[in-house]
Design a protein around this ligand. Structure first.
Ligand code: AMP
Ligand code: ZN
Ligand code: FE
Ligand code: FE
Length: 276
């Protein structure tokens, strides 16, 4: 029997709009067999996730997504982590540092937007966030101000490279993100590989210690699934999968989970078991 797994989704602790409790309820509705919460740069949703998972009798696990920075493809690289120990030495301190850099970036984005004539203030951005800040919170503030109608519109008009509110990411390099997850006992995987670019760039990440790649991403065409699946298999890497669900009013609100066949599921579970 194929399984439905969600290894990539976000809660209100980063830039999603549902709480971990609501995510668990949604996963049950969507007939998901395993839900992994992968918030950006935080594990603060863990306690709620595990409590709700056990109440609903749903298998849940903790993950993370770290958005990187650097020249070339590095600023399009997002590293997913699974099976790490959140209390490993230095782990939570590094995440806190990444979150501080995100706050600084959001403040700079607000300054650029104000200089451009958009009457937005940082407190309005901060007010929409529980913990990790990101461009989506600036987008939400612009929507509340009536400047845009959606996150998508805010990104396209103001927040992507070349637009008036763009500020470079201040995240770690891909090698640093991979090392942080591996040093905490986890598996480091590449999220939505199509945004990271060409195969040579994937190979560079592999050399930096990457252990898996999001083959079964909801946005992939069947051809991309085959191509990334081949790339992973030929290097002995893990094929992970998810939808990058963010919740209502984010533009990323489709059914949770992607289908894993028996072999892919067994390989994933073996890999997770090695992390214990
Ligand atoms: P940041 O981490 O601050 O650079 O923001 C990047 C995050 O914004 C991604 O991880 C996505 O969650 C979200 N995002 C990126 N592009 C879009 C878009 N066009 N519409 C909505 N959300 C987006
Ligand atoms: Zn996100
Ligand atoms: Fe991402
Ligand atoms: Fe994501």
């Amino acid at each position: 029997m194929p399984k439905r797994l969600e290894l990539h989704c976000h809660s209100i602790y980063s830039d999603g709009t549902l709480s971990p409790v609501e995510l668990v309820a949604r996963a049950v509705q969507n007939a998901v067999d395993l839900l992994v919460l992968s918030d950006h740069d935080t594990v603060s949703g863990a306690a709620e996730l595990f409590a709700a998972g056990s109440r609903a009798d749903l298998e849940v696990r903790l993950g993370i997504e770290i958005n990187c920075a650097g020249s070339g493809a590095a600023d399009r690289v997002h590293i997913l982590g699974y099976g790490f120990k959140p209390d490993a030495p230095g782990f939570s301190e590094r995440l806190a540092e990444f979150r501080e850099r995100r706050t600084l970036r959001a403040q700079r984005i607000v300054e650029k937007l104000r200089a451009f004539g958009v009457a937005i203030d940082f407190e309005a951005v901060r007010a929409g966030a529980y913990e990790t800040l990101g461009r989506p919170h600036v987008a939400d503030a612009l929507r509340r101000l009536g400047v845009v109608k959606s996150r998508q519109e805010a990104f396209e008009r103001f927040l992507i490279k070349g637009k008036p509110g763009y500020v470079d990411s201040m995240g770690p390099s891909p090698a640093e993100a991979i090392a942080l997850i591996r040093d905490a006992g986890g598996v480091a995987c590449l999220a939505h590989p199509q945004t990271a670019g060409k195969e040579s760039e994937l190979d560079e990440l592999h050399r930096a210690g990457l252990q898996g790649i999001e083959v079964l991403y909801s946005g992939h065409t069947p051809f991309q699934v085959r191509a990334y699946g081949h790339w992973a298999r030929s290097r002995g890497l893990l094929a992970c999968g998810g939808t990058d669900f963010h919740g209502p009013r984010t533009g990323r609100d489709a059914r949770l989970g992607v289908e894993y066949d028996d072999d892919a599921y067994a390989a994933l579970m073996d890999r997770f078991a090695e992390c214990l």
